[in-house]
Ligand binder design. Structure first.
Ligand SMILES: [Zn+2]
Length: 368
């Protein structure tokens, strides 16, 4: 299957313009079009904690990410499928991307065994043994009804890797990619072109440039609709991550969408967009939001739980057009909500933070 192009008759990614490394384009999914560069907020368990779909849409979000690992464990893809798939289940009618579960298996699951077949781990809450493989990850994501499906990869975190383990993960990731594309084709062969989900491959290689280059070449010559860069921002110094993005920029296939996984710090998003990246996802805006941390103009962070905001009448950011700031919610009020554990606090600041990242993407789209 190597070297074959996807069978879509309409282009999945359309490059509109590129200036100084920044690309403006459109991704066409079966659930609609997405203007890029784009930030995807994360709804881990099929919800963006504390936000309604109307609130999410009002931030300018065009596409969200749901987590395969969590949804496989609860409620299980068969339940979601019987309720009509993720779009029916969540009532979110714009595009949905699902990750493959790989990253969570290695970061959250109690991994028992990794072989070429797949990964066996224990569900951290029930203790039940669970098996995930490239084929299984494709079946789960197709059953969930995802619009963009991610390949299942072997992930090595910076903290626990040895050189041997890294090379093993590298080899396995590419072997698994081939199995993912094969299984994906089998599962989607009867779907009309307009109803087929997309499959993205993931390039790994840690901070080793030759491995990264090799991985990217393998992924880009595979039968995938888009290419993702995984395994960055996992604890390495920012400078090293940026150097890698710099190195990879000229190597991407310009005809495919480029997705940098798990990145959501404004400074990193800006650097990545200036180096050919089109898509991002991150839990930061919602996680920070629930803890009272907000980004404000200049990519600075403020902590709303701080005592100095107790009698502060100003909104989070005067320049912000999000629901929370436009409605005039004062910092003093938000601080109070956090202090008494009102869940509204997390919702209001999450709205602001997601809007902040979406606005950065809008700013970059307007530049090219
Ligand atoms: Zn705001």
């Amino acid at each position: 299957m190597m070297g074959m192009q996807p069978t879509k008759t309409t282009p999945v990614y359309e490059l509109k313009n590129t200036i100084n490394g920044i690309r403006r384009g459109i991704i066409t999914t079966r659930a609609g079009k997405v203007d890029t560069p784009v930030f995807m907020p994360v709804g881990t368990r099929a919800a963006l904690k504390g936000l309604t779909n109307e609130q999410i849409e009002a931030t300018g979000a065009q596409i969200i990410l749901n987590n395969t690992y969590h949804l496989h464990l609860k409620p299980g893809e068969s339940v979601i499928k019987s309720l009509g798939g993720l779009h029916e289940f969540t009532r979110w009618n714009k595009p949905i991307l699902t990750d493959s579960g790989g990253f969570q298996v290695f970061s959250l699951g109690h991994v028992n065994k990794i072989t070429d077949d797949g990964v066996t781990f224990n569900d951290p809450t029930t203790g039940d043994e669970v098996f995930l493989s490239p084929e299984k990850a494709m079946q789960i994501q197709v059953d969930l009804g995802s619009d963009i499906i991610m390949a299942f990869d072997d992930v090595v975190g910076l903290d626990k890797k040895s050189r041997n383990r890294e090379e093993e993960a590298f080899e396995r990731t590419h072997m698994w990619l081939e199995r993912c594309t094969k299984e994906f084709k089998r599962l989607t062969k009867d779907m009309p072109d307009s109803e087929r989900p997309l499959l993205f491959g993931i390039a790994q290689g840690g901070l080793d440039k030759s491995l990264r280059k090799c991985s990217l070449e393998i992924v880009q010559s595979s039968d995938v609709d888009g290419v993702a860069v995984g395994g960055l921002s996992v604890g390495e110094p920012r400078k090293e991550m940026h150097e890698m993005l710099d190195f990879l920029a000229p190597l991407y296939d310009p005809s495919k969408a480029h997705y940098l996984m798990g990145i959501g710090e404004p400074v990193d998003m800006r650097y990545a967009m200036e180096h050919g990246i089109d898509m991002f996802d991150c839990v930061l805006p919602t996680r920070n939001g629930r803890h009272g941390t907000a980004w404000v103009t200049g990519d600075k962070k403020i902590h709303l739980t701080n005592a100095k905001y107790a009698k502060d009448k100003s909104v989070i950011d005067e320049n912000c057009d999000c629901y929370t700031c436009k409605s005039g919610y004062q910092k003093g009020y938000l601080r109070h909500l956090f202090k008494v554990n009102e869940t509204l606090a997390g919702s209001l600041v999450s709205i602001h933070n997601i809007r902040y990242l979406n606005k950065i993407c809008e700013e970059y789209r307007s530049k090219v």
